[in-house]
Write a protein that binds this ligand. Structure first.
Ligand code: GLN
Length: 309
């Protein structure tokens, strides 16, 4: 699809870009370090077929935690709500995304929600498939369907870089296996999780995915149902309550748009009945959210009255 630029959006982008110097790129996954922290790009998918783009939107980057929303949608389609929510809860934690603290204090050792790493590992373990290749293939096909970009694949270097250094995620997964919340082989699960997080996308892809969630699971161009409306609603609700990690409350008040971020510096936002927004700005704030991305969303929300509350 042809994407237009917009002078107003350029102004917002330049204003937001000033804060990139205050953030840091993610360091704990070695392969994520090699990126220019001043990069900032945004695409907007508006209505049925309007696209706007500003900044260097040619960049591809990895989904990281945004993949948690897609894995959740797939697991819900595979098993239904009863099974999924018997293993993972629906409550925000107020803790960092990789925290282990609440697992031990929760009676059933069930992670509090699917947007924290512990919960996401459980969700990923529920994705159906005969083995690693089939499961990652299903996740990729889902991304291809949503982005309408069948050439998307995962970044092997980022996946392996995370797999070999994922000591904390490994601990979370083994803890959950000990308590029978996860039944899979943990090393294979971690590999799958790292591949899932390393799926490459562009800002346009994220905007298009956001637009599908905004339209209750329907493809904005073809009108085809990509996921059932009730699952789109569950995903958007988690994006509001837990999508921006332990900054979700403040973000809901200041921006008020369902959104999910990833430590690559990506944000996927979904504005009901309006469209989707995809942002890439790898300089992160102390909670792990794109610092300039949050600024941009604040500006969009107030200028175009996108706050849903
Ligand atoms: N792959 C990352 C991790 O598990 C995703 C985290 C994130 O984007 N917040 O640590």
């Amino acid at each position: 699809m042809y994407c237009q630029t917009s002078a107003e959006l350029e102004t917002f982008l330049l204003r937001a870009q000033k804060v990139t110097t205050e953030g840091e790129v993610a360091h704990y996954i070695p392969a994520l370090k090699n990126v220019d922290k001043n990069t900032l790009a945004m695409s907007i998918y508006h209505g049925q077929n309007q696209c706007f783009t500003v900044g260097n939107t040619e960049h591809t980057f990895t989904l990281q935690s945004i993949s948690k929303v897609l894995a959740l949608a797939l697991a819900l389609m595979d098993h239904g709500q009863e099974v999924v929510f018997s293993k993972v809860g629906m409550e925000p934690t107020g803790d960092p995304f990789n925290s282990i603290a609440k697992l031990e204090s929760t009676k059933t050792a069930r992670p509090l929600n699917p947007m924290i790493n512990a919960g996401a590992l459980v969700v990923t373990s529920l994705i159906k498939g005969a083995g690693l290749q089939e499961k990652i293939g299903r996740l990729l096909s889902f991304v291809h369907e949503m982005t309408s970009a069948p050439e998307r694949k995962y970044d092997e270097a980022v996946a392996m870089s995370e797999y070999h250094t994922a000591h904390l995620n490994r601990s979370l997964a083994y803890f959950l296996k000990q308590h029978k919340v996860i039944e899979d082989d943990i090393e294979e699960l971690l590999e799958l999780y790292c591949y899932q997080c390393a799926i490459e996308v562009t800002c346009y892809d994220l905007a298009r995915i956001g637009a599908i969630f905004a339209r209750e699971g329907q493809d904005p161009e073809s009108g085809r149902t990509i996921l059932p409306a009730h699952i789109a609603r569950i995903c958007k609700t988690f994006m509001v309550t837990c999508g921006m990690y332990n900054a979700s409350g403040e973000f809901a008040i200041k921006v008020g748009i369902p959104a999910k971020s990833g430590v690559s510096g990506a944000i996927m936002a979904s504005v009901p009945e309006w469209g989707g927004i995809g942002i890439f700005g790898p300089a992160l704030d102390e909670k792990g959210n794109s610092i300039a991305g949050i600024h941009l969303l604040e500006m969009l929300s107030s200028n175009y009255e996108l706050h849903i509350f």
